[in-house]
Write a protein that binds this ligand. Structure first.
Ligand code: PGA
Length: 257
C-alpha cells in the first residue's frame, strides 16, 4: 500500500471570472464537508485574477482546499510584462504552481529549458511545482509515448536536489486525452505513471520515487476516476473541464467514499 496522499487538482484554465470563481469555491466548500479531506488533498488552480478571491473564501470559511497558479514566471521580479512571480503567488497563500502544461508548451512555446527554470522558480518561492508532461497523438501512435514523456520529465527536473525532487508533483497528461473526452485507459495511465516513478528512482533513489505523487490528467470525471485511482502508480488527477462544476469536482475529490 502506498503512503502517498492522493491529490485532486482542478485546473480552471481560462474560465470563471472572480465572481464565478467565488461562487464555485463557496459551493465547493459546502460539498467538501461530505468528503474525508484528511484522506485526499484537494487543490484548485484558478486564473491569477481569481486567486485573491479564492484566498479570502478559503481563509474565512476554513475550507480544506489548497490553491495555486496555472503558470509561474521563471523570473523573480522586474521588467517582465504580463508575468506573475512565485513570490506574488506565495503572498496570496498559494501552495502550488502548475508548470509546463501542454497548452503552455503548445501555445507559448515553452520548452524543457523554460519548464526547468519555472520548476526552480516555484521551489525558490516556496511553492510546489506540478510539472505536466505527456505525449501528443503522433508519439502515442508511433509507440514513443514513454520515451517522449520521460524526456520532458528529465528536462523539467534537471538540477533539482533530492529534497526538492521528493516534493514535486508530476502530472502525466497525454495531449490527445485533454479536453477531448478521450480518456486514457487505466492501464495506459498506469504504464506511463509507473515509468515516471521508475525514472525518478533511477535519478534520485527509492525514497524520492516512493514519495512523489504522479497524477493522471485528461478527461477525468467522477465516472472514471475510481478506476484510474485503482492503479498502483496513479496518485491523483489533474482535472480540467470537470473541475468547473462544484458537484462534479467534489465527487472526484470524494472518490474513496
Ligand atoms: P480536461 O483537462 O480534464 O478538460 O481533459 C485536463 C488538463 O488539461 O489539465
Amino acid at each position: 500500500m502506498s503512503t502517498r496522499t492522493p491529490l485532486m487538482a482542478g485546473n480552471w484554465k481560462m474560465n470563471l471570472d472572480w465572481k464565478q470563481g467565488l461562487a464555485l469555491v463557496e459551493e465547493l466548500g459546502e460539498r467538501l464537508k461530505d468528503v474525508d479531506t484528511s484522506a485526499v488533498e484537494v487543490v484548485v488552480l484558478p486564473p491569477f485574477v481569481d486567486i485573491r478571491t479564492v484566498q479570502t473564501v478559503v481563509e474565512s470559511d476554513r475550507i480544506p482546499l489548497a490553491y495555486g497558479g496555472q503558470d509561474i514566471s521563471a523570473h523573480e521580479s522586474g521588467a517582465y510584462t504580463g508575468e506573475v512571480s512565485g513570490q506574488m503567488l506565495k503572498a496570496l497563500g498559494a501552495s502550488y504552481a502548475a508548470v509546463g502544461h501542454s497548452e503552455r508548451r503548445e501555445y507559448h512555446g515553452e520548452d524543457e529549458q523554460v519548464t526547468n527554470a519555472k520548476v526552480k522558480a516555484a521551489f525558490a518561492a516556496g511553492l510546489v511545482p506540478i510539472l505536466c508532461v505527456g505525449e501528443p497523438l503522433e508519439q502515442r501512435q508511433a509507440g514513443k509515448h514513454v520515451e517522449y514523456t520521460l524526456a520532458q520529465l528529465e528536462g523539467g527536473i534537471e538540477g533539482l536536489t533530492a529534497e526538492q525532487a521528493a516534493q514535486i508533483v508530476i502530472a502525466y497528461e497525454p495531449v490527445w486525452a485533454i479536453g477531448t473526452g478521450e480518456v486514457a485507459t487505466p492501464d495506459d495511465a498506469q504504464e506511463v505513471c509507473r515509468e515516471i516513478r521508475e525514472a525518478l528512482r533511477a535519478i534520485h533513489g527509492d525514497s524520492v520515487a516512493d514519495a512523489v505523487r504522479v497524477l493522471y490528467g485528461g478527461s477525468v470525471k467522477s465516472s472514471n476516476v475510481v478506476e484510474l485511482m485503482g492503479k498502483e502508480d496513479v496518485d491523483g488527477a489533474l482535472v480540467g473541464g470537470a473541475s468547473l462544476k462544484a458537484e462534479e469536482f467534489a465527487k472526484i475529490a470524494g472518490f474513496q467514499s
